[in-house]
Design a protein around this ligand. Structure first.
Ligand code: BGC
Length: 365
């Protein structure tokens, strides 16, 4: 992953001019821009693997499109690949001038991107890179850093607990999500040297199809049984999977004793942290991601190509994809309050009855 000097947070995106940016350069009537009224289509992946898609991404994208006064259509494929393709077809026929997707896997993602391109519709990979795809841009967080923060967070919590030679289990994200690969690269970069040196012991590892939380709980229960209860730390790839592991640990009266990681800073993850059942989460300021993607999409819809100042190499095609990669933040109990202060989660949603006292103790006022 190559990083440029410019970051969107500091300099914003640079407009390099009204180049006819989309599709081929044939100058046909299908090219976005010129006479067509901009309309942005967005396909979100599901509403179960993480609350972020419906609670944060939809909200912030809508706000950005409204503020810019452009038409938009945001749909959710509900983890159904056929539905994903149908939605894309409907949006393309319905006249979107730019399409933003969060793919369910690279195969269907790639097909959708190609179909859009053939119809002169510009595309953006939102949050997940489509391997071998043809999107004009990729907008996400630095996902290897996300994984690194998870590995570092778990290491800190295991050190705090003073566990010698801890057995660490992995609940990875979906095997078809390129982000899950990047997260694992990140946490492996921290934990593998510890496994290799014998400081830590590598426990069972499973990838959870479609990030399905219920399946995550079943898989974790099997891991716990298989090891005779000897798991000292759980690297769970997001808050949903972390909560799945915590639910099993609770049944075995092990919650709070075994540190569990997460990501997304969702309400449940933050509450689990306040309660001491979850070690850490990773806060990704989705507003920044949505704003950056919306700005690029609006540009594309008008036929402009903006400079992002950085690229990511698609490992399948070798293509350098113009990208925006934002910086994630590590959250422990001490700085849960930062997520509230940033307006990502409200105090009302977080500090419900049983969490009021914990919120006060954590300085959330
Ligand atoms: C996203 C995570 C999310 C996961 C499950 C990943 O691609 O980056 O934020 O938790 O998908 O939806």
């Amino acid at each position: 992953m190559r990083r440029g000097i410019l970051t969107i947070a500091t300099v914003g995106l640079l407009v390099t001019g009204g180049v006819a940016a989309c599709g081929d350069d044939s100058g046909s009537d299908n090219d976005a821009g010129s006479d067509k009224k901009p309309k942005i289509g967005v396909i979100l992946p599901d509403s179960k693997s993480s609350g972020r898609w419906e609670n944060a991404d939809r909200k912030f994208l809508e706000a950005a499109f409204k503020a810019a006064g452009v038409d938009y259509d945001i749909q959710n494929a509900q983890d159904d690949k056929n539905q994903f393709q149908t939605l894309a077809d409907q949006m393309i026929t319905g006249g979107v001038t730019a399409l933003m997707i969060v793919n369910l896997d690279s195969g269907t993602g790639k097909a959708v991107l190609e179909r859009a391109k053939s119809q002169g519709v510009a595309t953006i990979d939102y949050d997940r890179l489509t391997l071998g795809g043809s999107a004009e841009y990729y907008v996400s967080f630095d996902n290897e850093v996300v994984g690194k923060l998870q590995g570092e967070g778990l290491t800190k919590c295991l050190t705090d607990k003073g566990v010698q030679k801890p057995v660490v289990a992995y609940l990875n994200g979906s095997p078809t999500d390129n982000n899950a690969t990047l997260f694992k690269n990140g946490y492996d970069s921290v934990l593998k040297p510890k496994f290799d040196s014998g400081e830590y012991v590598k426990g069972p590892e499973q990838s959870v199809p479609a990030w399905d939380n219920a399946q995550g709980a079943t898989l974790f229960e099997q891991m716990l049984t298989q090891t005779g209860g000897k798991i000292d730390g759980v690297l769970a790839a997001n808050d949903g999977l972390g909560n799945a592991a915590i639910s099993v640990l609770k049944k075995n009266k092990l919650n709070g004793k075994v540190p569990v990681t997460g990501q997304d800073a969702d309400v449940q993850g933050l509450q689990n942290i306040l309660a001491g059942d979850q070690c850490m989460t990773v806060y990704k300021a989705i507003k920044q991601e949505a704003d950056a993607a919306a700005e690029l999409a609006i540009g594309l819809a008008k036929g402009e190509r903006k400079e992002t100042g950085q690229t990511v190499k698609d490992p399948e095609s070798g293509r350098d994809v113009p990208s925006v990669l934002l910086t994630p933040k590590l959250i422990f109990k001490e700085n849960v309050k930062d997520v509230v202060a940033d307006g990502f989660v409200t105090k009302e949603a977080l500090c419900t009855a049983e969490y009021t006292k914990l919120c006060a103790e954590a300085g959330i006022s």
